[in-house]
Design a protein around this ligand. Structure first.
Ligand SMILES: Nc1nc2c(c(=O)[nH]1)N[C@H]1C(S)=C(S)[C@@H](COP(=O)(O)O)O[C@H]1N2
Ligand SMILES: [Mo]
Length: 389
């Protein structure tokens, strides 16, 4: 006590945050950034896969970037969230549980925030790892996880906004204070080690999953489910022809690509008919919702040329329908809608070649759709029909 008055000590205490406050604030701000990035890119992905009018046809590689950011920001959030929960855990059980109305609101908003965040990260990471359980103890749960991932995002973002409003003042103050109350040098070291460890873990998982989409990092893509250059013709495969049950129809000599509208069939093309049409080659990425992406050279017929050949004048909205639709397996992937804007692009192709070779059956032989800035899920393989809507 020598030389310092009580008021000095009191001021020092006021001017300083507690160890955990500062830790929680730093982790909170980091999570705020990763969650916001993840939510925005998730919204883009949802809009893009629904064919929302606001999702642009160009630049061709935009979805690959936004979905890569979605993947990395989501995965990096896992260690950040664990560290944050670890830091605030003592406070969650602090007595009295509720001190005021505002405090009660803040406590209650933690339930959807924490529970929802854990669900989001769990369902996201399991999707990336291709764990799509469709059955739970004999109960058909269909696409519960992918569907709930989108719905829960709204709950979590709402709770996050409420949480940020409730915490912004405390957080700002905890970050502004330079000293931490009653902290011994050993504790300072401990705090820095803890945060340093979290940052290193987050960086490490971030880099290893980014290997799924960033070419220079593919060597360290240990945690990525799909290596961007693995698979036939140097491109990963999501669902094989055998898994989709399309092998025999796709390789049949009777194969025809049919163009139809509400009035019925307008034209039908055999493989040699298709090969006789003008071919064009472009470099376009396949970018999966699971975050992996790969660039490739695609060669085939422009969709707009095919429509013109079938007597449909302008670029029109069409549905591209896979052989898979008729086998009724994986209906979700069997059809996708191509907007008039996308159908009119010079590089929206019905591809028949990939990286200089005839399209491999697992990549959609005989014909698949490939279009700029389109989520992989809508790059429909094994086409049977083009339906003018
Ligand atoms: N008919 C059909 N098309 C499909 C799929 C599918 O399961 N069935 N998977 C889609 C998904 S999710 C992706 S990411 C891309 C992957 O294309 P690739 O297997 O040639 O890499 O194909 C898309 N086209
Ligand atoms: Mo995908």
């Amino acid at each position: 006590m020598s030389g310092r008055s009580i008021t000095d000590d009191a001021t020092a205490a006021i001017e300083s945050a507690t160890i955990d406050e500062r830790r929680a604030a730093i982790l909170g701000v980091s999570l705020g950034i990763t969650f916001t990035l993840c939510a925005l890119t998730g919204l883009f992905s949802w809009g893009a896969s629904q064919g929302a009018a606001w999702w642009p046809a160009r630049p061709a590689g935009l979805y690959r970037v936004t979905q890569g950011v979605h993947l990395v920001s989501g995965v990096v959030s896992v260690p950040l969230l664990l560290a944050k929960l670890r830091t605030v855990a003592p406070r969650l059980v602090q007595r009295p549980l509720i001190t005021s109305f505002a405090h009660a609101v803040e406590r209650i908003s933690l339930l959807p925030l924490v529970g929802g965040s854990i669900f989001m990260l769990f369902s996201g990471v399991t999707n990336v790892a291709y764990w799509y359980p469709q059955e739970f103890y004999g109960i058909d749960i269909g696409y519960f996880f992918p569907a709930a991932h989108g719905k829960m995002a709204i709950v979590v973002m709402g709770a996050l906004v409420a949480h940020v409003c409730a915490k912004i003042v405390t957080t700002r103050e905890a970050l502004r204070r330079e000293t931490v109350a009653n902290e011994s040098p050993a504790e300072t070291l401990d705090r820095r080690r803890f945060l340093g460890g979290v940052a290193a873990t987050a960086g490490l998982v971030g880099v290893t999953v980014a290997g799924a989409t960033v070419y220079p990092l593919r060597g360290v893509g240990l945690l990525s489910a799909r290596h961007p250059t693995s698979g036939p013709q140097g491109v990963p495969v999501n669902r094989t022809a055998a898994a989709a049950g399309v092998r025999s129809v796709a390789t049949s000599a009777d194969y025809r690509l049919v163009v139809e509208d509400a009035s019925g069939e307008l034209a039908a093309y055999s493989l040699s008919d298709l090969r006789a049409l003008d071919q064009h080659e472009y470099e376009l990425p396949i970018a999966c919702v699971e975050g992996w992406s790969a660039s490739a050279r695609w060669r085939g017929i422009r969709l707009r040329d095919l429509l013109a050949a079938a007597g449909v004048d302008e670029a029109r909205e069409v549905d591209v329908v896979s052989i898979q639709e008729e086998t009724a397996r994986g209906r979700r992937y069997g059809t996708s809608t191509v907007s008039a804007e996308v159908a009119g692009q010079h590089d929206t192709l019905l591809a028949m070649e990939l990286n200089g070779e005839p399209l491999h059956i697992d990549h959609g032989f005989p014909v698949r759709l490939i279009a700029p800035n389109r989520p992989g899920v809508n790059q429909t393989k094994w086409l049977a029909k083009v339906v003018v809507t």
